[in-house]
Design a protein around this ligand. Structure first.
Ligand code: NAD
Length: 357
């Protein structure tokens, strides 16, 4: 029997609701498909930072190193500045474990309403560079507090970093529909983004069958709204990918269903799976958070671990749930609680009551 060790970091706010809900679902799948999930829980969170001044202990990364995957809810807590959680936990994990791909699926699930009229079939993947780019800590303040005060923030684009994200995206495009779009802004950002374009072109020569497009980020945002059905694989830098992967899901049902994975493709280090949403302090503790983003994230984790059948069944169960529209949370137009949605999903899996869509 395959056994996987999962490091669980629920984090803050609704992370403490959607992660336990997802674990219940994963456990049902483990029994159904005959694999074992062993969880180790870690209280790395902003709430903890508020108490002890650290997001995680000094050996926090070491504790995670040997697990098969990390399953993270969300971090963010009123009173703790957002850069603390990002630079004190998420970025250290992503960088220590070379999770250089941030993968975010955007798909219009059956039964989910889009805020757009006349929307077609939307199903694409955002491949965001996750280890460098605009999110660097190189820079600083100079002449602080004087009339000559200045700040500087450097972007870092390395050949290795750009090429590997391009290769991953092209390989993914080949497995899907042979179509790739690059997000750029080389008209305005003339050093890093022209380099990004050059590498896209160069790496693309090895994939002659893949149809290639590139758009400047501004018009790409407009196309994400006006023509979301155009896309299949979208490759983007750290910042552009971050923005696109909130915009993409907004068009297909919102942040409550947006899943994500921070992937180390070579599997040398553990990958980390986390829904796109944050800790949602406005609804935390009310049992009304939509757990679907976290369920879908769990499906990505199962697929990465190699449990493809279980991952597929979980996605079918999620789509049966949304298609029937009987048990949905408020963000999807329903009235159900997190617990009710979780129980309904488990019923679908256990009773094999999938709707043929
Ligand atoms: N990866 C992460 O851990 C992560 C990501 C984004 C934001 N954050 C943090 O979360 C905190 C709140 O940030 P924010 O308000 O900008 O973003 P957020 O995603 O937490 O919330 C944005 C809005 O979406 C709603 N929402 C989010 N997830 C939902 C769900 N599953 N079901 C239903 N509604 C949902 C919230 O109620 C809120 O109205 C901040 O501290 C921020 O830094 C963390």
């Amino acid at each position: 029997m395959n056994k996987y060790e999962i490091a669980v970091v629920p984090g803050d706010g609704i992370g403490n609701e959607v992660i336990p809900a997802s674990i219940k679902v994963l456990d049902v799948l483990a029994v159904t498909f005959g694999f074992q999930l062993a969880y180790k829980h870690y209280d790395y969170s902003c709430k903890n930072f508020a108490k002890v001044g650290k997001m995680m202990p000094d050996d926090g990364l070491e504790k995670l190193r040997d697990c098969d995957s990390i399953f993270l809810g969300a971090v963010g807590y009123p009173g703790v500045p957002d850069h603390i959680s990002l630079w004190g936990l998420l970025i250290p994990i992503r960088r220590a474990f070379d999770q250089y791909i941030n993968l975010r699926p955007v798909r219009l699930l059956k039964g989910v309403d889009s805020p757009l009229k006349n929307i077609g079939n939307v199903d694409y993947m955002i491949v965001r560079e996750n280890s460098e780019g605009e999110y660097s800590n190189i820079g600083g303040r100079f002449n602080e507090g004087t009339e000559n005060e200045m700040v500087k923030q450097e972007s870092i684009f390395t050949k290795k970093g750009v090429d590997r994200v391009m290769k991953y995206a092209f390989e993914l495009a080949q497995k899907r529909n042979n179509k790739i779009t690059s997000a750029t802004k080389s008209n305005g950002i003339i050093h890093t983004m022209t380099y990004w374009d050059e590498r896209f072109k160069e790496i693309g020569t090895a994939y002659p069958n893949v149809e290639k497009n590139q758009f400047h980020i501004d018009i790409l945002c407009a196309h994400f709204v006006q023509h979301p059905e155009w896309f299949d694989v979208v490759v983007a830098s750290n910042l552009f990918g971050d923005i696109l992967s909130d915009l993409g899901p907004a068009v297909v049902g919102g942040i409550g269903i947006a899943a994500g994975g921070n992937i180390n493709p070579e599997k040398i280090f553990p990958s980390m799976f986390e829904p796109v949403h944050g800790s949602a302090p406005d609804i935390a503790g009310k049992n009304i958070a939509n757990p679907i983003a976290c369920f879908w994230t769990g499906a990505m984790m199962l697929a990465h671990l190699g449990e493809l059948e279980a991952a597929k069944l979980l996605m079918d169960a999620i789509e049966t749930l949304t298609f029937s529209r009987k048990v949905l949370t408020r963000d999807l137009g329903g009235t159900a609680t997190t617990t009710e949605v979780t129980n309904e999903l488990i019923n679908i899996i256990k009773n094999n009551s999938f709707i043929k869509i």
